[in-house]
Design a protein around this ligand. Structure first.
Ligand SMILES: [Zn+2]
Ligand SMILES: [Zn+2]
Length: 282
């Protein structure tokens, strides 16, 4: 049988395999009593999961997992106790989903309008299959003869405040924590082992409103769980956990397949704030 609490799972509404109701049914059959369906950057399946939870007697927590972009490695922020009908949040998440990775394409469109056309396919060739970045675009601008040097492309066309520039699209880890707080949810840091510089980043996230950290995770060794629990205690974070079940066998655990302390649900819920702190703009 499974452990009764699982605060990290995915459905077909992001990169999981199962419909939300199916995910809840699988969890219920395994004996899960409290489930968070935390699809990446969307609340799309949450209402469906809540309804299925009522049918199956599973307490389902409205949640999401926010991806972020920064120099801190893979920082994913789980947001719990959100409003499944929060259209403003869903709209913001939709915008982020659609524009992630489109930044360089948008800059190419800008440059075209400004009279400096380059082929996006050439930019992709220069990047050789890697993530597109401004250096590739600068190279393409130089090759096309629009500028006299690679540096000139940066300086005159695509540096910050230059006419072709488009700002990075995506949340920073701090913005993700703040977004969850702004929408009344409770943020917890997912799978901390994927973060580069965790001990330096944590105090900043805590200051922004982070309330929990996923200390219990399928691939954590006993010693790393102990270490994450120590860090959680140090920063007054609720130790959370989950299977990160997607349905394909990745992360190795089925719903309820990771021990999670049952008391963490009430502890997380107690971290909800009725009014956002003054530091967060409305
Ligand atoms: Zn994740
Ligand atoms: Zn996940």
């Amino acid at each position: 049988m499974a452990y009764p609490v699982d605060l990290h799972t995915h459905s077909l509404r992001s990169d999981g395999v199962h419909e939300p109701a199916e995910l809840v049914r699988i969890a219920a059959e395994r004996g899960v009593q409290v489930l968070a369906m935390s699809d990446h950057d969307t609340l799309a399946g949450v209402a469906e999961a809540l309804a299925a939870g009522e049918r199956h007697g599973v307490r389902t927590i409205a949640s999401t997992e926010l991806n972020t972009e920064s120099e801190w490695g893979d920082v994913h922020v789980l947001g719990y106790f959100l409003d499944p009908h929060d259209d403003a949040l869903e709209e913001r998440l939709r915008w982020l989903r659609e524009n992630r990775g489109r930044r360089i394409e948008l800059m190419v469109e800008n440059l075209e309008r400004l009279g400096y056309p380059v082929l996006i396919d050439r930019v992709r060739e220069i990047a050789q299959g890697g993530a597109l970045g401004r250096p590739h675009l600068a190279q393409a601008l130089f090759e096309a003869g629009h500028v006299t040097s690679y540096d000139a492309a940066f300086d005159t066309l695509i540096s910050k405040d230059a006419p072709g520039y488009v700002a990075r699209v995506g949340l920073t880890p701090l913005e993700a924590v703040e977004l969850v707080r702004k929408h009344g949810g409770v943020p917890s840091l997912a799978h901390p082992f994927t973060v580069d510089g965790l001990e330096a980043l944590l105090p900043q996230l805590v200051a922004a409103g982070l309330a929990g950290m996923e200390c219990y995770y399928g691939s954590h060794s006993v010693s790393s769980t102990v270490e994450y629990r120590r860090l959680a205690r140090q920063h007054d974070l609720v130790p959370t956990g989950g299977s990160d079940f997607h349905g394909r066998g990745e992360h190795g655990r089925l719903p309820g397949g990771v021990f999670v302390p049952e008391e963490c649900v009430a502890a997380l819920e107690a971290r909800k704030r009725t009014t956002p702190p003054a530091s967060i703009p409305a």
